[in-house]
Write a protein that binds this ligand. Structure first.
Ligand SMILES: [Zn+2]
Length: 280
């Protein structure tokens, strides 16, 4: 599943492809269930004629800021600005490609652009979601501060873990605790912090919470750098999903720190890997 670094990589690739400033000239929603608000037809109609002013991101959500007032057939219509919100779900990807290039067979939605290219939403398993709203706050769930921004402090993380007996990894998967983290980066953050994923969150010391916050920041920062290098190397093709974490996810590859055998378990049904030697 795309996690914060993957979603950010998609955002950076869309901007590098020059999506900002382009006008959406037509839209085809190929799988209506992806559209959560308003209806699929209303979304397709609602984006046409608007300029993509910017592509932002909040946690794992991409936010396409769309212009308001538009010119259509020489007449100006007085629409307010809007945001197209996209979640990539389990397998989603968004790419800008020339209209003449064959689309991936699992492309679900296509937005035509005024330069002849297309914004294509490829989504094999169809768990991706789209919303068109005046304000993204209307549809975003409760989210922690962005892990790489100032509000994501040790004090804040300590407060959101305090008194909670659930495994710390389970809490890291809650977007209100660590926005953008998913299964792989939660394991990596705990590996970097030297904390076992099954520990009750309320039992972490202040020092451990500080290390955990650093681990979260470090693994996301490292992920961004891996994707940035890959994008530079592969452009104009954007990079696909990559392995950007340092801990092995199997019982055969030794721990890079101590050479010991990694242990696999399940926490809240999610495959979890940790080093019994390095994580206490
Ligand atoms: Zn180890």
């Amino acid at each position: 599943m795309p996690e914060l670094p993957e979603v950010e990589s998609v955002r950076r690739s869309l901007l590098r492809a020059g999506l900002a400033g382009r006008t959406i000239t037509w839209a085809v929603i190929g799988w209506a269930n992806s559209v959560k608000r308003p209806s699929a037809g209303e979304l397709a109609e609602g984006v046409v004629g608007r300029v993509v002013e910017d592509v932002g991101r909040r946690a794992k959500y991409l936010l396409f800021r769309l212009s308001g007032e538009t010119v259509s057939g020489g007449r100006v219509s007085g629409r307010t600005a809007a945001t197209l919100v996209a979640h990539l779900g389990m397998t989603g990807d968004l790419v800008v490609q020339p209209g003449g290039r064959a689309a991936h067979s699992l492309t679900r939605h296509v937005f035509g652009l005024d330069d002849g290219r297309e914004l294509r939403f490829v989504d094999g398993r169809k768990f991706g979601k789209l919303w068109l709203v005046d304000d993204p706050a209307l549809v975003l769930p409760p989210l922690s501060p962005e892990p790489l921004e100032g509000g994501f402090t040790t004090e804040w993380l300590a407060g959101s873990l305090a008194g909670r007996k659930a495994p710390v990894k389970a809490l890291l998967l809650e977007q209100s605790v660590a926005a953008g983290l998913g299964n792989l980066y939660a394991d990596e953050a705990l590996f970097l912090a030297g904390i076992r994923p099954g520990r009750p969150a309320s039992g972490l010391t202040g020092d451990e919470v500080a290390r955990l916050r650093r681990g979260i920041v470090e693994c996301i920062t490292a992920g961004f750098a891996v994707y940035d290098r890959a994008r530079d190397g592969s452009w104009p093709e954007p990079p696909g999903p990559m392995t950007t974490w340092s801990h092995p996810r199997d019982g055969k590859t030794p721990c890079p720190n101590c050479g010991g055998v990694m242990a696999g378990t399940r926490i809240r049904a999610r495959a979890t890997w940790y080093c019994p030697g390095c994580q206490v």
